[in-house]
Design a protein around this ligand. Structure first.
Ligand code: ZN
Length: 129
């Protein structure tokens, strides 16, 4: 028997918006390899005149990518502001390495939210040793 609560409409809309961004981005061509040689063609005004073939999926991505990336970076910055470590207090035998908990969700640090963000951006966690 499924005992899960029905998904909150706001959460469902957010999930749908994020899935649209994910699919649109995945369908677009990667510019990583194409950009490298173009850097050598920058003119004095700081521009590279290019001719390229863009698929409709690329246009979909380019049309929305700036807004999407601004939204993602804003979201990520807000999340890492919310999810920060704090001293959990209590008695510990290791005063140099006190137990830390997330001040927002109270999980032991690093909390699942912070770990998900660092994994998404491939940022390793330094335990400060
Ligand atoms: Zn947290």
């Amino acid at each position: 028997m499924n005992t899960e609560l029905p998904e909150d409409p706001q959460r469902r809309r957010l999930r749908e918006r994020l899935e649209v961004i994910q699919i649109r981005t995945d369908k677009a061509s990667s510019w990583r390899d194409a950009v490298r040689p173009l850097r050598f063609l920058l003119n004095r005004e700081g521009f590279v005149p290019i001719k390229t073939r863009l698929a409709s999926t690329d246009l979909d991505f380019l049309e929305a990518s700036r807004d999407d990336l601004l939204a993602f970076s804003e979201l990520s910055l807000r999340l890492i502001d919310l999810h920060q470590p704090r001293d959990a207090g209590g008695i510990t035998s290791d005063t140099a390495h006190p137990i830390l908990r997330c001040r927002s969700c109270m999980w032991r640090w690093p909390c699942p939210t912070f770990r998900a963000i660092t994994e998404a951006f491939s940022i390793g966690h330094d335990m400060g040793s």
